[in-house]
Design a protein around this ligand. Structure first.
Ligand SMILES: Cc1ncc(C[n+]2csc(CCOP(=O)(O)OP(=O)(O)O)c2C)c(N)n1
Length: 514
């Protein structure tokens, strides 16, 4: 057994059985080992941003890490933006990055670079295997690091000679690390704040946004009169009929300031401090009012569900304290395509247990409330703000969850970053419906131009924001990668296209021409 095979066997033994890959020469022994060893599902991505984003989507849905296979420094560098998004989403990933054989590194061949330096900013754990005898042990350490609480990105750099030389065997991965508990003092403090009846916001983030966590929050809100909200962006939120609907802090800074201005207390349940996405001249970075006190109840990695249960107990909240939610009218829309009619069609079309991956940017800003009563589903968002996250994450989510329909809502600008995902979806017959909002402009940036006070955009500035000349033909792009699609121009056409695409098996694309 060589080093590469000892690594593949160690990964599989530890439960890492899915590899999103884009290999090169230095990774050929790893690729050969995938052939020899049973048990690793291998999924090729045609750009490393697809590979790393897919690993993020896989983790979000499965809760266990996949591995990636990346080609030296440039391969890793191509995947960094979606590793950034994955890191912000607290997704566990094991990256295997090839390296030249150790004696070859000093020759400064074309692909030589400082891979560890490239890996470090997006990885909590980085190691280069020194020889073939250490590879299995290093692989086991990488898996253990990825599985920590909160989960992390671990990057193992595998020199080609460590991969091709003789190894000792397979290594054992240490058991999953214990979750840090929560602070009982923080629960007491939060309960005291809630009992005071001051205007209080329970701000939820991370792993609190499961059906159970939301139900606990609904009971606490019903009992104490506090308001519950979620962060602006969330890695995964349980939503739909029968689940407690929480609004999110709005993205536009004026709206966010307005939404938070009445609170004298904010209790953070795994959420971050409410901060603006960007700085704007003469506007604050912190969204809370000056005299509002922020109380951290739990941090990432702590046992938030147990903490919420303890808080419910401390304030005497039970499930039946949850207030009934106002009903939301649902009907297939007709007439013109606009944000409201698009949201209505999506609410009607979401199938039971679907996964919605949302990178709909400005088109989708109002999608949340109208889809609250759709069939039960999970809603995944971009945690790191680096666009091009959704089509890979949808791909990885579909690999993780066969049997669940994945709906990817994406702006045309964002979709162009990682459109190669469509090819992987076609090759793997993944059940993903990609809805591209084709407004042929970076619409959000047109608003930001005003928001930062940059004046009136001239011809050159508008050229940097518009996607016309030539217009992108999404149906043709999808077809070229094996994904059938159609373009729609009215709400009626969109409704029919979405209903059909969600009822069929396999990848589909809908170009919403706005
Ligand atoms: C990697 C990266 N590059 C650039 C940006 C800046 N950016 C933010 S939104 C956006 C355009 C999004 O366009 P689109 O998906 O079409 O949505 P729309 O604005 O039209 O709603 C860009 C370029 C970014 N966030 N991340």
């Amino acid at each position: 057994m060589n080093g590469a095979e000892s690594l593949v066997r160690t990964l599989i033994k530890s439960g890492v059985d899915t590899c999103f890959a884009n290999p090169g020469t230095s990774e050929m022994h790893f690729v050969a080992a995938l052939d020899r060893v049973e048990g690793m599902r291998c999924v090729l991505g045609l750009f490393e941003g697809v590979v790393t984003g897919a690993a993020d989507g896989y983790f979000r849905m499965k809760g266990t890490p996949a591995c990636t296979l990346l080609h030296l420094g440039p391969g890793l560098a191509n995947g960094l933006a979606n590793l950034h998004n994955a890191r912000k989403a607290s997704s566990g990933i094991v990256n295997i990055v090839g390296q030249h054989a150790i004696p070859h590194i000093e020759c400064n061949a074309p692909l030589t670079s400082d891979i560890e330096a490239l890996a470090r900013p997006m990885s909590a754990w980085v190691r280069t295997s020194s020889d073939s005898g250490s590879v299995a042990r290093d692989g086991a350490a990488a898996v253990a690091a990825a599985r920590r609480s909160p989960p992390q990105i671990a990057t193992l750099i595998l020199p080609a000679d460590a991969a091709w030389s003789e190894a000792d065997g397979v290594a054992e991965v240490a058991g999953a690390s214990q979750r840090p508990d929560y602070s009982p003092q923080a629960i007491d403090d939060a309960a005291k704040v809630l009992r005071s009846r001051d205007e209080t916001l329970l701000l939820l983030g991370g792993s609190t946004l499961t059906e159970k966590g939301l139900a606990l929050a609904a009971g606490i809100a019903g009992k104490t009169g506090c308001k519950v909200m979620a962060e602006t962006y969330n890695a995964r939120m349980a939503r739909g009929r029968g689940r407690f609907f929480v609004e999110r802090i709005p993205y536009p800074i004026e709206q966010a300031l307005r939404a938070l201005k009445t609170f004298s207390n904010i209790i953070l349940v795994e959420a971050g401090d409410p901060v603006a996405f960007f700085a704007y001249p003469d506007k604050p970075s912190l969204l809370k009012p000056d005299d509002c006190e922020v109380h951290r109840m739990t941090a990432k990695g702590e046992d938030t569900m147990a903490a919420l249960e303890a808080l419910a107990g401390a304030v005497g909240a039970r499930a039946q304290d949850a207030k009934p939610q106002p009903p939301i009218q649902m009907a297939w829309p007709n007439g013109a395509l606009n944000s409201a009619s698009i949201a209505q069609a999506i609410a009607m079309a979401i199938p039971e247990n679907a996964v919605v991956v949302d990178e709909s940017i400005s088109t989708g800003r109002g999608f949340f409330p109208p889809t609250a009563c759709a069939a039960p589903h999970d809603w995944l968002q971009n945690m790191g703000g680096s666009i091009g996250f959704s089509t890979p994450v949808a791909t990885g989510a579909a690999v993780a969850c066969p049997g669940r329909k994945v709906i990817c809502l994406v702006g045309d600008g964002s979709a162009m970053y990682t459109l190669q995902s469509l090819w992987t979806q076609a090759r793997e017959s993944l059940d993903v419906v990609t809805v591209v909002f084709s407004n042929r402009i970076y619409q959000i940036l047109r608003g930001e131009f005003d928001g930062v006070g940059a004046g009136e955009p001239g011809t050159k500035a508008m050229d940097m924001l518009s996607l016309d000349r030539p217009a992108l033909d999404w149906v043709a792009l999808g077809k070229g990668m094996g994904v059938p699609g159609r373009a729609v121009t009215t709400a009626d056409e969109f409704s029919v296209a979405l209903a059909e695409a969600t009822a069929e098996q396999g990848p589909r694309l809908i170009e919403v021409q706005m």
